[in-house]
Design a protein around this ligand. Structure first.
Ligand code: NAD
Ligand code: ZN
Length: 380
């Protein structure tokens, strides 16, 4: 069977020497999965790791694409949701991959959102001391963020993503048509990470998003719509940072913009549906920009512009946008201190001097942050 590739998928190269790989972005790309894998790893068989929801929508098409390319596959299906990123989920996926007789030279395919990417990627890093894997991200968040860069992890009782590995995929296939089945709320949450790239380092992209976000949300049947453009720019931004700082010894930390506040809010909400990761990131970015303005790093109007865009698309930007109770500032500070971006008692935050100019602030006074949070909590 010959697989017709779409005329113009976007190609982003992640330049990591021996671990370099391509991110291919476009509508309808899933059909080419088998052909692309066979070209990369002739004769390899694959275990597709996915969750129950994604399986319902897209597993049959993925299996057909593999079969069409002559790639034998088996399936490993876990429950949808963050709960699968656990030691138990990890054990189950590892055992299932081994039971499927996936060996060195074979492949794991992560078909799903960030949960599946993190879980399958970590399992691939560990089974037989490391198997190659392919990311087929199915959420916007996964297409622009978690499928790129090789961070994989599960959660510990002590916190999120505390047990994991750096393990780069050998290919990322971002089929934007897969997003057609994604609930709007999930799409919107993923958009927070898209806006993040503009806010942290690309003011022109941010301005483009302000003008075109409705088209990004609407998607479109053409292969070169606003949605593909936004995903392409986001992947290129992340790929460039990852290529320069694969293990986060420096610059890669910029990608944590909004995440220190965001993780604390996520934890305060028990990592539940009350606040999705991307929603927490949006609120966290809004707090980081407001705090940056408060510290005199940028004019208040500049911070307001950043926050307004996130609010316009319907993301939470104020603590009062988060439903239910929030703990007092002291408890939020504890949660912030547990975050991994803390070194020797000083708080490390990603702050900004304006839209597109984020930087790593290494010694932020905890007292300033606490006072700021107290004030924001009082607005609820
Ligand atoms: N490794 C990294 O660099 C990195 C970066 C950011 C986030 N993450 C992790 O990613 C996770 C969040 O990822 P997520 O937001 O993609 O969550 P997710 O994987 O849980 O997906 C969200 C929900 O959407 C469903 N879904 C996925 N694709 C779908 C589709 N095409 N159609 C219909 N439903 C679909 C899923 O079943 C799930 O219920 C977190 O665990 C976070 O820690 C990792
Ligand atoms: Zn994130």
């Amino acid at each position: 069977m010959t697989v017709r590739l779409r005329p113009d998928p976007t190609l982003v190269k992640v330049a990591l020497g021996a671990r370099a790989y391509d991110i291919v972005i476009g509508r309808g790309l899933l059909a080419s999965l088998g052909a692309r894998i066979r070209a990369l790893r002739p004769g390899a068989k694959a275990a597709i790791v996915t969750d129950e929801t994604v399986a319902r929508h897209h597993l049959a098409a993925a299996e057909a694409a593999l079969a069409g390319g002559g790639v034998a596959s088996s399936r490993v299906i876990v429950p949808a949701g963050e709960g699968s990123k656990s030691f138990r989920g990890f054990e189950q996926v590892c055992e299932a991959i081994i039971a499927a007789r996936i060996e060195r030279g074979d492949l794991v395919i992560a078909l799903g959102g960030g949960v599946i990417g993190d879980l399958a990627g970590f399992a691939a890093s560990a089974v037989r001391r490391g198997l190659d894997y392919v990311q087929v991200p199915t959420t916007l968040l996964a297409q622009v963020d978690s499928s790129v860069g090789g961070k994989t992890a599960i959660n510990s009782a002590h916190g999120k993503n505390l047990v994991g590995a750096f393990h780069q995929p050998i290919l990322v296939i971002a089929d934007t048509a897969l997003l057609d089945t994604l609930p709007e709320r999930e799409f919107r949450a993923g958009y927070a990470e898209v806006a993040k790239y503009g806010l942290l380092g690309d003011a022109a992209f941010f301005a483009w998003l302000e003008a075109n976000w409705r088209d990004v949300f609407a998607g479109g049947k053409s292969a070169s719509s606003a949605r593909e453009h936004a995903i392409g720019v986001s992947c290129r931004a992340k790929a460039a940072i990852v290529a320069r700082d694969e293990r986060e010894t420096g610059e890669r930390a910029l990608l944590n913009l909004g995440h220190t506040f965001g993780h604390a809010l996520e934890a305060a909400c028990g990592f539940s549906d009350r606040l999705l990761h991307g929603e927490a990131v949006a609120a966290g970015i809004a707090l980081a920009f407001a705090f940056s303005a408060r510290q005199g790093l940028m004019p208040a109007a500049e911070a307001q512009r950043a926050i307004r865009h996130l609010a316009d698309v319907g993301l939470p930007t104020r603590l009062k946008d988060i439903p239910g109770q929030l703990p007092p500032a002291d408890r939020l500070m504890d949660l912030i201190a547990q975050d991994k971006k803390v070194r020797r008692g000083t708080l490390t935050f990603i702050l900004a001097r304006g839209i597109g100019t984020a930087f790593i602030a290494n010694s932020v006074e905890a007292a300033d942050v606490r006072a700021f949070l107290n004030e924001k909590l009082a607005e609820r």
